[in-house]
Design a binder for this molecule. Structure first.
Ligand SMILES: [Zn+2]
Ligand SMILES: [Zn+2]
Length: 313
């Protein structure tokens, strides 16, 4: 099933009048997942008419301010809107205390349950076993503990081979088990293998988010084969030494990871404010990997099995 990724902020460090720090909204299997929550995230959600009341899961990569300074504002607005549904926040262990201190200082007793799920930056973890989507955290290499996230659709049920099912006279009540992969036993006791009655389901789609991080091949197995990979690309080749000092990546680094992980498309972001256009980032990335999109504010990337295309909202 198709999914879409809306880039709310693609700048690093400081926002400008038109650029926002990292935030993305992923809509996968009718669920909304907010990934990082930089300053201005809330305004960007409103600008894009996102259904904010449908956000139940927020994922924070690390505790540099450009990735979560919008979070307390969003949590507070949900309260003012009399939200009642539980909000799940996944992020570094210290995040819970940071948010609780702010809520206590303002004597805010939230109208809804807020549940924190601490992430660990030393191994891949399965952090959300959802009904329709699985989420994994991925260790990154940065100045402080930082994780990426991978979102994978749950596998669909097997597709019934209608002709075969009717030929064998499989009862309606047995068809669900076929879709779950079981063989079928006829009333005469004959076992018909599942593959004679069903076809493989549509393969699940996936999205991986890697920010912030220096070039690290350790991330490749975790993001291998994803349909869309976001990888930070703060710098271009000219600032290679700065990338190393600050533990960030260049556009070429991001593209090398995309190529080695054999993903379908790479999206860049987290640009340093020194660059006025994305041209050099794109050119340098395409030296290593052809399918590159420059992530920018309000760009919506639509991903399905046949195509990946971006629309400026
Ligand atoms: Zn950052
Ligand atoms: Zn950072």
């Amino acid at each position: 099933m198709a999914y879409k990724l809306l880039i709310l902020g693609a700048a690093s460090a400081t926002p400008t009048s038109t650029q926002y720090t990292t935030s993305q909204l992923l809509t996968m299997r009718e669920q909304l997942f907010l990934i990082d929550c930089g300053e201005g995230c809330q305004q960007q959600l409103r600008r894009n008419r996102a259904k904010m009341s449908r956000i139940h899961h927020i994922f924070i990569s690390h505790l540099h301010g450009d990735h979560y300074f919008g979070l307390i504002g969003l949590i507070s607005s949900f309260h003012l809107q009399r939200r009642t549904k539980t909000l799940h926040v996944y992020g570094p262990p210290a995040l819970e205390n940071i948010i609780q201190v702010q809520l206590k200082a303002s004597k805010t007793w939230l109208s809804y349950p807020l549940e924190f799920h601490p992430t660990q930056a030393d191994k891949v973890e399965h952090i959300l076993d959802g009904e329709k989507v699985d989420v994994y955290s991925i260790p990154l290499v940065h100045g402080i503990a930082s994780t990426g996230f991978k979102f994978v659709e749950k596998p669909s049920l097997r597709k019934l081979n209608v002709e075969a099912v009717e030929k064998y006279g499989v009862e309606e009540s047995d068809r669900r088990n076929l879709q779950l992969g079981q063989d079928w036993v006829s009333s005469q006791g004959e076992t018909i293998p599942n593959t004679a009655l069903t076809q493989d389901p549509i393969p699940p789609l996936s999205y991986a988010f890697c920010s912030d991080t220096q070039y690290s091949e350790a991330v490749i197995p975790a993001v291998s084969g994803v349909d869309l990979l976001y990888h930070e690309s703060t710098f271009t080749k000219r600032e290679r030494s700065l990338a190393e000092i600050t533990k960030h990546s260049t556009a070429g680094d991001a593209a090398q990871i995309a190529a080695q992980a054999n993903v379908r498309t790479l999206v860049l972001g987290h640009y340093s404010s020194r660059y006025k256009t994305r041209d050099v980032h794109l050119r340098e990335a395409r030296e290593y990997f052809p399918e590159v999109i420059a992530g920018t504010e309000n760009l919506c990337i639509h991903v399905d099995h046949d195509s990946i295309h971006a629309v400026q909202e």
